[in-house]
Design a protein around this ligand. Sequence first.
Ligand code: DCS
Length: 481
Amino acid sequence: MPPKALDYESLNENVKKVQYAVRGELYLRASELQKEGKKIIFTNVGNPHALGQKPLTFPRQVVALCQAPFLLDDPNVGLLFPADAISRAKHYLSVTSGGLGAYSDSRGIPAIRKEVAEFIEKRDGYPSDQELIFLTDGASKGVMQILNAIIRGEGDGVLVPVPQYPLYSAAISLFGGSLVPYYLEETANWGLDVADLRQSVITARSKGITVRAMVIINPGNPTGQCLSEANLREIINFCIQENLVLLGDEVYQQNVYQDERPFISARKVLMGMGPFISKELQLVSFHTVSKGYWGECGQRGGYFEMTNIPPETVDEIYKVSSVALSPNVPAQIFMGLMVNPPKPGDISYEQFVRESKGILESLRRRARLMTDGFNSCRNVVCNFTEGAMYSFPQIRLPPRAIQAAKSAGKVPDVFYCLKLLEATGISTVPGSGFGQKEGVFHLRTTILPAEEDMPAIMDSFKKFNNEFMEQYEDDRGYSRM
Ligand code: DCS
């Protein structure tokens, strides 16, 4: 009998090729240990609510009312909900085609796409067209949809930063394309050098690959760097010269923890480059409700905005969106609320500002605590987390540890992270899951554990790391595995 289509040996090879370390070996082992009763600190995923972050009150009030519209008819509703949440819920219900239980337009509810366009216009100072904005189930779905539209086969390459968030490598594998790496420079605070970019393209072309697009993650995951305006301008010029679509992953735009380089969108930089250039670059920008001070990962809300994409292509992308009928409707409302939060003078304004500022300020302190904590450890060096939600320390593994890892059949950083997990319950992702230079090892942790738990977590890391280094740096000619 020939194998059946879903037998492992006859599966689509692209599916088998996909790797996604954020939920890989370390995560599976952590889940097992948790089942055995060990306390695990899940710092492997940027999932703030899972680590105790409280939801912002106002958006939850609005969505609660939309989910349970009968509450709006209750004479006591005004005792339970503020008037601005009530009127906002009524507004959103009036723009759906039958409440939250009805499909919406496949691009998302027009009134919410309008709110997104207004947000972009206010943020960047240039008009934005709601017809070029599609709402998605998280940014991930948008990224996958656009990569799917770009990649025609193995010969098509996409420039991706290394280290990168593995959504990109995974999606490129799934769609059968080729990942073309460009390296971020750790000693230059994970900066991006255009000369290296050019070299990456030349190398790919020499292998017969047509490089079609370039991904930037700004602020970076896992590296946390914030791109400067000058750097973005160079990238835009480079993409125009090389005929590349630019994919701007800007999901961490609210998560910035330094003041020298505030977030600036690729679109704003492009629009500021004059009438010719601003019409030249094809750009798609992504955003989400999962990050920022919202952290509403479970709601699965996102959008992408297309710039300089011809109408026929927009129609094709609309057609493909239609195959999935509609993005989640409650998530669309979260997106509307994120881009159009309470304003000064609104009843909920002060509470909203208090809550959101509290989260961001604490994240900024946690970024500092983690970086300083890692840098105080033996054989560990770590760039400051300028933005996003992660710390990405380099672990200088002694040769004997690398040898021990090989004997155990593990990649050295996986070996280190597994030992860290077993010893402390801290669940991280090995740097190899994001890509790193040959012979250099990292781990990624989120900066999301509660601030009051942070000192204990860093102490426990330090103690483990000291013991690990002690064990493998010892020079008695044997390894105490
Ligand atoms: N882009 C980047 C750079 C991300 O880090 C993530 C999520 C996404 C897109 C997709 O998010 P949503 O689909 O939820 O909008 N980051 C993952 C991570 O590294 N840890 O947690 C999730």
